[in-house]
Design a binder for this molecule. Sequence first.
Ligand code: ZN
Length: 313
Amino acid sequence: MHTLQQTVADSVELKEEGVFSGQQIRLVLEPAPPGQGILFVREDLPGAPCIPLRPENILGTDGATVVSDGRHSVYLVEHLLSALHGLGIDNLIVRVWGPEIPLFDGSATVFVREILCRGIRVQPVPKRFVEVVQPFQVRNGVGIIRFRPADQFIIRVRIAFDHPLIGEQSLSLNINPITYQRELAPARTFGFKDDLLRRKEKGILRGGNLSNAIVLDEKGVLNGKLQRSDEFVRHKALDLVGDLFGSGWAFKGEVEAELSGHRLHIEALKNLLSAPGATRLSDGIPTRIFFFLPPCPQPAAKRGIDLGQSMVR
Ligand SMILES: [Zn+2]
């Protein structure tokens, strides 16, 4: 694992239609100083409100992970967070003109490719980790997540869908930038045609098209081919890597997730962080103090008073 903090060497700019809002979304990833962490800035709202990536600002829903300070939100952060966690980026300013992060092809490939294209800058400050020090588990309905201490970041994921192409799939991986890029980053999200049509009719999905995900009917894939037969569990692992970055600190330990989703990932992470003696920060501080720390400092470009209203309800 890396021992020093990292940021991007230069800014990355991306644009695409948002699947929830249907708006054209502009996204700029900027270098940030050591200790800054990950900071989301809603540039389209008055005063450009900032939302630091911190445990109390992350929410898991059934279909996406959301960064929110209670008034302002950014939807669909999980694949970007996964790319940052997988590549070992600690500090970044995420400027977004709209209420969501673009989905692109439903994987983390675009984020990984563009960040590596600009380069990664190593910063002369020790990297910050959340470290599991005692076994801990969270169960919610059929889903369960188990955490165990380990010197690496190890994930074990199992999914089960009553579908001829999916069935039961499992994957174990020691996550580092090489394994992440090779094994997880290209795996695309997936959805079922009937569910997507229902969400379109309800107005939940105002944008998006068949290039944003693997779309399945009851028999097979409606839009092209799978990259690998277990692309589904690889994407679930990609999501888990993203959600485990919800504290804003890199994760150290073993995580076993069965039949889980964003809601359970985030619930489990928050429970883990607030459980007495279950985790510590890399400088030895119990993680429960997380919830009492002041917000991250805002970047120099932050200006004005926050008058914005959340665009996501
Ligand atoms: Zn996903």
